[in-house]
Design a protein around this ligand. Structure first.
Ligand code: NAD
Ligand code: UDX
Length: 458
């Protein structure tokens, strides 16, 4: 079959994979290829066990794989054949040299740009899908135009707003798609080509067009605003614990104000995930570079509050368990950074496990989807941690349970059965405020939730 367009995505991760799966499903007229340097990952995409857990993804992959969706490690060949190239490689925080700990590490991006340059014999549209510092497209444009063969590249920004665990829903029914290009004739023409792809399923009034710098900066700003809401509510949770105000009641009360809105006001043990911290620190670094220190400090405080909230959780456990957890078995229910994903990047569970381990607790980690990643995150202390996928077995003989991920299954556990197998007095720390606290208290648990007065028998 002749395809109308040949689309390539470089990077088969949490963004590149699901995004291309949805494009291939919605647009049978396009040939979509996803390439990656990681052979194991590509093999997994081509197998029965795709490399990421995302509700609904499996089914969609099976519908189009080897029809108009292909996974491969043949990057050069993919570049040569493509009309449009989405780049969705990772852009982690730099951990060396200037900007270490804050700036985005652009080495993967730059390598990709050079590879595109080396393998392009005709004009192409390059689309930044990765989250990048504002004005990266400019730098990429410069690298790409280091050619004398007359080939022209148009670099666009089309940041991705999907959240893990709801990626398919977010991609199929996005709040908006943002496409930024240069304001030149060729820039606008390229932008229209990308609009045309999304218009196959996204209503036109949800496709926003902008200049390329606005698109790049909007992505960093959206993540900063979302994370800021969580840090704001988490800061108030600490005050609730001191005053017997209830954080869920406060969040509900303020969220009914249509100017504030109810979303992203769920107080928690802290936000995790590969994006929020990385993107805010990137924003902080950019602001510092432009001499905007007050702006940088403002956004950095969002990350600082989050780190404080994680540490505060462990401090509360210690304080309430008679100032020591040494030798005590503690069952951590949930290790993923949020429910419905196996992803553990920047999960608060990592810090909490390590801090409890340093306090000489016997830590049991449990999670329905993330134990494999948990083992990798805790590689250096793996032999001292117990990994157990059954939450009942994890809680057997425990002094305390801590809920660290809001998996539905933890709401429905038989806590009456669990408390019988625990050391008394039994403690439960609900880091996600998902349990029935009064019910647990009446079973005999000492209950500590985020932003709520403790319910204790001691
Ligand atoms: P990821 O680590 O899951 O995937 C990136 C992939 O790129 C990896 O499989 C890696 O092997 C591959 N790669 C790296 N260099 C390569 C190269 N030179 N050639 C081919 N493949 C290469 O990362 P991700 O979570 O998919 O994130 C990708 C980008 O999207 C990041 O900039 C991130 O900030 C952004 N983003 C992520 C999310 C999310 O929820 N994860 C959401 C929106 C935006
Ligand atoms: C985020 C953005 O939502 C998404 O638009 C962007 O593309 C990538 O970064 P993601 O990190 O996958 O997505 O998940 P998200 O739902 O935003 O949750 C991030 C963290 O915040 C999780 O740890 C979650 O548990 C926490 N969270 C979220 C809260 O603690 N309270 C809330 O009210 C919402």
């Amino acid at each position: 079959m002749d395809f109308e367009k040949s689309i390539l995505c470089i990077g088969a991760g949490y963004v590149g994979g699901p995004t291309m799966v949805v494009i291939a499903n919605k647009c049978p007229q396009y040939r979509v290829t996803v390439v990656d340097i990681n052979q194991d990952k590509v093999d997994a995409w081509n197998s029965e066990n795709i490399p990421i857990y995302e509700p609904g993804l499996d089914k969609l992959v099976k519908k189009v794989r080897d029809k108009n969706l292909f996974f491969s490690t043949e990057i050069d060949k993919g570049i040569k054949a493509a009309d449009i190239i989405f780049v969705s490689v990772n852009t982690p925080t730099k951990n060396y040299g200037q900007g270490a700990g804050k700036a985005a590490d652009l080495q993967y991006w730059e390598r990709t740009a050079r590879q595109i340059l080396a393998n392009s014999g005709r004009d192409k549209i390059i689309v930044e899908k990765s989250t990048l510092p504002v004005r990266t497209a400019e730098a990429m444009g410069r690298i790409l135009h280091e050619t004398e063969n007359g080939v022209r590249f148009e670099v666009l920004s089309n940041p991705e707003f999907l959240a893990e665990g709801t990626a398919i829903k977010d991609l199929e029914n996005p709040d908006r798609v943002l496409i930024g290009s240069k304001d030149t004739e060729s820039g606008i023409k390229a932008r229209k080509e990308i609009v045309e792809i999304y218009a196959n399923w996204v209503p036109m009034d949800r496709i926003i067009e902008s200049n390329v710098w606005s698109a790049e900066l909007s992505k960093l700003t959206a993540n900063a605003f979302l994370a800021q809401r969580i840090s704001s509510i988490n800061s108030i949770s600490a005050l609730c614990e001191k005053t017997e105000a209830d954080i869920d009641e406060v969040a509900y009360a303020i969220g009914t104000d249509s100017r504030i809105g109810p979303k992203f006001l769920k107080s928690s043990v802290g936000f995790g995930g590969s994006c929020f911290k990385k993107d805010i620190l990137n924003l902080v670094y950019i602001c510092q570079n432009y001499g905007l220190d007050e702006v940088a400090d403002y956004w950095e405080s969002v990350v600082k509050i989050n780190e404080w909230q994680e540490r505060r959780f462990v401090r509360n456990m210690l304080l309430n368990m008679f100032n020591t957890v040494a030798g005590k078995r503690i069952a951590l229910l949930g290790f993923a950074f949020k429910a419905n994903t196996g992803d553990t990047r920047e999960s608060p569970a990592i810090t909490i496990t390590r801090e409890l381990f340093e306090e000489h607790a016997e830590v049991v980690v449990s999670d329905p989807k993330a134990l494999e990643n948990a083992r990798i995150d805790l590689k250096d202390v793996e032999d001292s941690i117990i990994f157990e996928d059954d939450p009942y077995k994890a809680s057997e003989g425990a002094h305390a349970i801590a809920i660290l991920t809001e998996w539905e299954l933890y709401k429905d556990l038989d806590y009456g059965r669990i408390i019988k197998g625990m050391v008394q007095p039994a403690f439960i720390f609900d880091g996600r405020n998902i349990l029935d606290h009064k019910g647990l208290f009446s079973m005999g648990f000492n209950v500590f939730a985020i932003g709520k007065a403790p319910l204790t028998h001691i």
